[in-house]
Design a protein around this ligand. Structure first.
Ligand code: SF4
Length: 416
């Protein structure tokens, strides 16, 4: 087993700008909640944010709040509160941690930004493209706040995205307009939606370029960096501020590539991560891999906020396409093709699958995919058991031992 060594990971200077972006985002939301204007919409992380921006809503994403609960290691404590009111410990631990924290009147926003509670919604809008849990989650809050809940019910397990899929989802997106007009008292303007879609597309393209920098050898960023840098891609899409802050980040990463600077000191192995991060172990996992000279540099997860199909000239149809072509919506065959392209593009030596106990939707290792992909590509993989938020599902010792053995295996393969 390798000896413990001091790990040097290069800090990203633009992370300070991204932190400021997130602080301002939450402070603006809180100010709107205090004043009652502009109105506040809750949206799922891959929900139709552009339509909400076009109506001038401040948009709040509960998944990001729950990821904060996870990253601050507060989540596990609150999950039993939601279990006690009927939500199983086996369902999404974003949902259970978030509802549990709400029931206890606690939010990580207080310590971070002196914000006492999550913003009261005027409307909640979900898209089931990622899972059904978001619908239950939003309905619970809708009842709590006596606020209307609107939803897009989408397809799942899609092999090929067809015109029929697009037509059906686009119609559902259009159907959001009349109730939103009623809630805001504001007439829908197509130009406002086109503007939001254009900004969203620009944000998405910048985010893709940022993630794609990791194809350089050595890679200038890690997956663990990506999980904290992705805030603007999730909560800021459709805004100019997200575009501006990503330009700063991209310039820094491109500069690193020019100088040949890697995110870890001595990148010997390039690893792909499939599945959710373990929010409460970002730093531990980052150190674990870096100490083994392995850079986890690309992931399905961070790429989930790339919406290349968005087209401001055809906003409803292109949103329908962008939100249906997503990895999480697709059948295994399409997912495998996607991952194979990623492995080649990022020049990957090995894959980590995170089997997250409470999120089957983001755990792709349960039906033979690792074995099929290894057979086709020759790239070995390791499955680690864990969870996004529920730290009771994690064995740190087991993870460490398995990861060390996996990297040794990669080393042996290379020598062979
Ligand atoms: S996709 Fe998974 S983590 Fe995300 S809301 Fe659904 S069940 Fe929770």
């Amino acid at each position: 087993m390798p000896e413990e060594k001091k790990v040097v990971r290069k800090k990203i200077a633009a992370a300070a700008d991204l932190n400021n972006f997130m602080r301002d985002y939450y402070l603006e939301l809180d100010a709107a909640a205090q004043k009652g204007a502009p109105k506040i919409a809750w949206c799922t992380s891959v929900g139709p944010a552009e339509i909400l921006r076009a109506f001038g809503f401040q948009v709040y994403f509960p998944e990001t709040h729950s990821a904060m609960l996870g990253a601050t290691r507060m989540a596990t404590e609150f999950i039993p509160e939601a279990n006690a009111i009927g939500y199983s410990p086996d369902i999404c631990s974003y949902l259970t941690a978030d509802i549990g924290a709400f029931l206890k009147g606690v939010t990580p926003l207080e310590k971070a930004f002196n914000i006492k509670s999550v913003p009261k919604p005027d409307v909640l809008v979900f898209n089931t493209n990622q899972c059904r849990d978001v619908q239950d989650w939003f309905n619970w809050y809708g009842e709590k706040f006596d606020a209307p809940v609107l939803g897009v019910h989408t397809y799942r397990g899609v092999s090929e995205v067809t015109e029929k899929h697009i037509y059906s989802i686009a119609k559902q997106l259009e159907a959001l307009v009349p109730p939103l007009e009623k809630i805001t008292g504001r007439k829908f303007k197509l130009d406002d939606l086109k503007r939001a879609v254009a900004l969203s597309r620009e944000c998405s393209e910048l985010w893709k370029k940022i993630l794609d920098t990791a194809s350089a050898k050595p890679a200038p960023l890690t997956f663990f960096d990506g999980t904290t840098l992705m805030g603007p891609a999730v909560v800021g899409r459709g805004t100019q501020k997200a575009v501006d802050v990503y330009k700063i980040l991209l310039a820094e990463l491109e500069d690193r590539i020019k100088k040949g600077e890697g995110a870890i000191e001595n990148e010997k192995f390039r690893i792909y991560w499939d599945g959710m991060p373990v929010w409460g172990r970002l730093s531990t996992h980052s150190q674990l891999f870096a100490a083994l000279n392995a850079n986890v540099l690309a992931s399905t997860y961070c790429n989930s906020w790339i919406f290349s199909a968005l087209d401001p000239q055809d906003p409803f149809n292109s949103m329908a396409r962008a939100y249906t072509e997503l990895f999480i919506v697709r059948a295994d065959e399409a997912k495998e093709t996607y991952i194979k392209n990623m492995l080649a593009f990022f020049k990957v030596d090995g894959i980590i699958y995170h089997d997250a106990k409470t999120c089957p939707n983001n755990s792709n290792c349960r039906y033979g995919m690792p074995q099929r992909l290894e057979k086709q590509t020759g790239i070995p993989s390791l499955t680690i058991n864990g969870d996004l938020n529920d730290l009771r599902m994690i064995s740190d010792e087991q993870t460490k031992t398995n990861v060390e053995a996996f990297i040794e295996q990669l080393q042996e393969r290379r020598h062979a």
